[in-house]
Design a protein around this ligand. Structure first.
Ligand code: GRF
Length: 209
């Protein structure tokens, strides 16, 4: 890994987590450089956030490619060109293929708004409310090619209180994410979190075997 750590952030929407990482870098709290924002929705607000932060942006429209592998191959070449050490999925709403997951095995992390392995996939906050759990939270984990699965690096929990709605709960979850994600990246940058064991865990015969 380089020093400072060279990261790429993948996001599809608002990008408040992108902003938290960019602010931490800008404020000297995170010894990393954001080399690229990758976004599958050219109109997403995160694109403007990146432009304002002076971060290079790669947007694409998945429908314009023959396959997921084709657009991922293009992204992979960009990541390699920029010598990206760590890929951070921060609200990236697409399933990844082995093209990217395999190439960045053990060097790709994701943030998810539940206490995984509970409630993977879409609408995690809603799922927690529907199930009536009393405690939920957020998870940062290493990406292993499954849906929001992979070794867990950090979690934070919070209580669900009577009367909570998807909106009220999300409003408490988001600030926690904005603190935890830059913190985990900074621990990776400093070596406090060692990703080497996960890199070495890579199955020899493809990620799904
Ligand atoms: C976050 O809740 C994150 O956990 C999930 O997608 C959301 C992205 O929010 N994976 P934002 O675009 O960073 O505001």
């Amino acid at each position: 890994m380089n020093k400072p750590l060279r990261i790429a952030i993948f996001a599809s929407g608002s990008g408040s987590n992108f902003q938290a990482i960019a602010d931490a870098v800008q404020g000297g709290k995170l010894d990393a450089s954001i080399e690229l924002l990758v976004c599958d929705r050219p109109q997403a607000p995160v694109v403007q956030r990146a432009q304002e932060a002076g971060v290079a942006v790669h947007t694409f429209r998945p429908k314009e490619y023959p396959s997921r592998e084709a657009y991922e191959q293009e992204i992979l070449e960009l990541l390699r060109g920029k010598q990206v050490d760590l890929v951070v999925l921060a609200g990236y709403m697409r399933i990844l293929t082995d093209v990217l997951v395999g190439a960045y095995w053990g060097r790709m992390i994701n943030i998810h708004p539940s206490l995984l392995p509970s409630f993977p996939g879409l609408h995690a906050v809603r799922q927690a409310l529907v199930h009536g759990v009393k405690v939920t939270g957020i998870t940062v984990h290493v990406v292993d090619g499954g849906l929001d699965s992979g070794p867990i690096l950090a979690q934070r929990a919070l209580d669900i209180v009577p009367g909570d709605t998807e909106q009220s709960l999300s409003e408490r979850i988001h600030p926690m994410e904005h603190e935890l994600l830059p913190h985990v990246i900074s621990q990776i940058a400093s070596g406090q979190i060692d990703l080497e064991p996960y890199i070495n865990l890579k199955p020899k015969d493809g990620i799904h075997s």
